[in-house]
Design a protein. Structure first.
Length: 275
C-alpha cells in the first residue's frame, strides 16, 4: 500500500513539474520511461506548451528510442521548427540531403530507327555531366528518408515542388544510370517509329524495387529490396507534373563506390617470402 502511494506521489510530482515547463524531446522519453502509453503522452502534448526539436537527426534518434510514429507526427505538428522536405540518406549516423541534379540535355538514338526504316522505336536519353555523383553512399544497410510537405500542397513556388505534389515514394522510380567517361545517362522515353507517338518515363523493367515504411506526417523510410552494387543510381519522379512551366529535368542521384566489404582480400606476405 505504501509503495502504491509513493509511486502515485512520484507520478503526480512528475506531471506537476512538466506542467510548469515546456515539453521537450527529453520530456517525451521521460514519460515513456514512466510507463505511460501513446494516448496519455499525446494528451499531455496537446494540453501543454511544447519546445520540440523535430530536425531529421532528432527524429531519427527518437525513433531509435522507441517513440511511435503517431507521437512523432504530433510532435512535428506542435513544433515551431520547420520540417525540411526532400530525399535524405544516412552518412556517419547523420541524415544528408540529396540535392537534385539537373539534366544537361537529351538525345535520341535515331540511328537504330533509321536502319529499320522507322519500324524500331528511338530511345530518348537524358544525360547529366560528370561520371559520378557528389552524393557518396554506402551499400551496407542502405536506407533513404523521403519527407513530403503535407501542409503547403498548393504552394508550388519553391524548387521542392516534387514534395508538394507527390504524397508517397511510390511516385518515384529507383533506377541505375549508365555511366560514361564524363557523364551519366538515363533512358527517359521513346518515340515510336510507326505512329510517331512519344512515351515518357522509365521502363518498369529497368527499375529497382524498394520497401516503404510510413513514419507519419509525410515522412517515409525507403529501403531497396536488393543490395545495390557499385555504380550510379537515382530516384526519378514519375508522377503528374504540375502545370505552369514546371518540368521534370532533375533527378536525385547518388553513387555507390566499391565497399571494403566487397573488395577482394589479398594474401598477406611474410618478410621471408620471395617477391
Amino acid at each position: 500500500m505504501k509503495r502504491t502511494i509513493l509511486f502515485g506521489l512520484i507520478l503526480f510530482s512528475c506531471f506537476f513539474s512538466l506542467a510548469q515547463e515546456k515539453l521537450t524531446n527529453q520530456s517525451i522519453l521521460d514519460l515513456m520511461d514512466l510507463g505511460f502509453g501513446s494516448e496519455v503522452i499525446k494528451a499531455k502534448i496537446n494540453s501543454s506548451k511544447t519546445y520540440f526539436d523535430t530536425s531529421m537527426d532528432q527524429l531519427k534518434a527518437l525513433k531509435e528510442e522507441g517513440v511511435s510514429s503517431d507521437i512523432l507526427a504530433l510532435m512535428i505538428n506542435k513544433s515551431s521548427v520547420a520540417v525540411e522536405c526532400g530525399v535524405f540518406y544516412t552518412k556517419n549516423d547523420k541524415l544528408v540531403k540529396i540535392e537534385p541534379s539537373v539534366f544537361s540535355g537529351t538525345k535520341t538514338s535515331a540511328l537504330g530507327a533509321a536502319m529499320t526504316y522507322g519500324i524500331a522505336s528511338a530511345k530518348v536519353k537524358s544525360y547529366i555531366n560528370n561520371a559520378t555523383s557528389v552524393n557518396k553512399v554506402d551499400s551496407i544497410n542502405l536506407t533513404f528518408i523521403f519527407q513530403f510537405d503535407i501542409k503547403n500542397k498548393n504552394d508550388l513556388g519553391s524548387g521542392n515542388w516534387w514534395f508538394k505534389t507527390a504524397s508517397s515514394p511510390n511516385e518515384f522510380a529507383l533506377t541505375q544510370l549508365k555511366q560514361k567517361r564524363d557523364s551519366r545517362e538515363l533512358v527517359t522515353g521513346k518515340v515510336s517509329g510507326i505512329t510517331a507517338s512519344t512515351q515518357m518515363g522509365i521502363d518498369s523493367k529497368k527499375t529497382i524495387k524498394f520497401a516503404i515504411e510510413d513514419l507519419g506526417n509525410g515522412r517515409y523510410k525507403v529501403t531497396p529490396s536488393q543490395i545495390l552494387g557499385p555504380g550510379e543510381y537515382c530516384f526519378f519522379y514519375q508522377g503528374t507534373i504540375p502545370m505552369g512551366g514546371f518540368n521534370n529535368q532533375s533527378i536525385f542521384d547518388f553513387s555507390i563506390e566499391q565497399s571494403t566489404t566487397y573488395k577482394r582480400k589479398l594474401p598477406v606476405r611474410s618478410g621471408n617470402e620471395l617477391r
